[in-house]
Each structure stands twice: as C-alpha cells, then as structure tokens.
Design a protein around this ligand. Structure first.
Ligand SMILES: [Zn+2]
Length: 258
C-alpha cells in the first residue's frame, strides 16, 4: 500500500489535463516543489473547493505516483486565499513573477523550508500592502540567498582582488567591475576579458546590491532609481541564467518604476 503524505503547501500553477483532471504544481513545506494530478478536479468541486487556484495556501494530502514523478493528489483543503491580492492586477503580476522565479530556482522534491516561508510571507505581504520595486528586489535577493545562489560581491571571482569601498585605499570610481553570470559574482577589469557573458556594473550599483544583501530593512536604504534599475536588470539576468529559461511573467513588471 502506498504511503500518504500531508503537508502545508502553496499552489504555484495549475492547468487542465484531459476531460476532467488538473495538473497542479505546489511548493510544499516538507517535500519541496511537487507536481501532482487532481483526478476529477473539474467535476468534483466539493473535493477541491477553490483550492487549486494559484497562490492558495492549502493543506495537501498526496501519494507518490507508481510509474511517474507525478503525485496523486488525495485532497487539498484551502487554508487561506489572498482575496486582496487577487483583486489587484498589479499584485497578481508581481505574485506570478515571485512564484515563477521560486519555481525556477528550486529543484523538484528538494525540501527547503526557508524558501517556503519566504514565499508564504511575501504573498501575505502582498495581501496587505502595496507592491513596490523595493519589495521586488528584497524578494529576489533573499530568494537567491535561500536557494543557494547569492551573488558573490566581495572580490573578483577569478583572481580574488578585493573590491575596496570608499574611503578605502583606491577610490571605487577608479575601479571598473563587471558581473559574470557564469561565475555568479563580480570580475575585475583584468579578468573580465576571459568571459563573454558579462554585464558592466557601476560601483554605485555594486555598493547598492551589497547594502541590499546585508540590510533586512530595505526601507531604510536610500534608493536612487537609475542605480536601482541597473542593479535589478543584472539580478533579473542572473535569475534567468540560473533558471536557464525565459521568465515569462517578468515582462508584466516593467510598469513598476518605484
Ligand atoms: Zn580579477
């Protein structure tokens, strides 16, 4: 007899399958990312009452599939739906993006409770607060860190030369740095010629990214919009590089400028 599991979970996506079923992907607290089939979901409104919609926080019961990695969903009880979030197109766009990059940066069935908590807290934040560029950046940088992809910004990834910050011995304006997607961090001027996929990074953008990585309270950081935009463009490219595919929902976010 197959073992049944139960875990809190967040619905990431769901789509129809055949005449009456749905395939649903979840981020679970104790089993990582998981994809399952909800048999008869279209007919059985009672078994899956509003619980298969994206962003829903649910109690999931499932069994592992016999011949495939697809789990068999036994039940999915809604614990919390985010009514304010799904009433706002701006918030929906941001939530879809958060869900898509979370799904893209973590492996199937790899438990990561901190990533689960991060996504859950972020959806709750969107339920009660307005979205902002600061929220987005905070989400991205923390997700990168929790998923094991924190950009390395202290020194050149290849030769190890330190990155001085003012009032250090070399004014930062005299140093030119580049972000290497492949190396997951910065390269100095001498080493950057060895890589093709590098992005120029101003010292201001570099300093800002370090501050944002270290600071819990992002509201306290002075954000200059052009610098912030340059930094976010690099972060987005880095996430895309790690996911190894296009981030579909990213194009809906360009409207947010502050
Ligand atoms: Zn170097």
């Amino acid at each position: 007899m197959r073992v049944s599991h139960a875990t809190p979970a967040i619905v990431l996506r769901s789509w129809p399958f055949g005449e009456s079923d749905r395939i649903v992907s979840f981020l679970t607290e104790s089993h990582g990312k998981l994809t399952g089939i909800a048999k008869g979901a279209k007919r059985s409104k009672r078994r899956f009452v509003n619980s298969l919609e994206p962003f829903s926080f649910v109690n999931l019961r499932f069994q592992d599939g016999v011949h495939s990695s697809l789990a068999f969903i036994l039940g999915c009880e809604l614990q919390k739906s985010y009514k304010n979030l799904i009433a706002s197109l701006d918030k929906i766009a941001v939530a879809f993006y958060c869900v898509e990059i979370t799904e893209g940066l973590i492996a199937e069935r790899e438990e990561n409770r901190l990533v689960f908590k991060h996504l859950k807290q972020s959806l709750s934040y969107l339920e009660s607060q307005e979205t902002s560029l600061t929220f987005l950046i905070g989400f991205e940088l923390k997700l990168l860190r929790l998923a094991g992809y924190q950009p390395f910004l202290d020194s050149c990834r290849r030769c190890g030369v330190n990155r001085p910050r003012l009032p250090g011995p070399i004014p930062t304006s005299q140093m030119r740095w580049h972000f290497s997607l492949r190396d997951g961090g910065i390269l100095c001027e001498s080493c950057c010629g060895l890589r093709k996929e590098i992005l120029p990074m101003s010292c201001e953008a570099l300093d800002l990214m370090i501050d944002l990585q270290q600071e819990q309270n992002l509201q306290s950081i002075n954000l200059t919009l052009p610098v912030l935009k340059q930094m976010r463009a690099i972060v987005l490219r880095f996430i895309q590089f790690q996911m190894d595919k296009e981030i579909k929902s990213a194009s809906f976010l360009y409207q947010f400028s502050a």
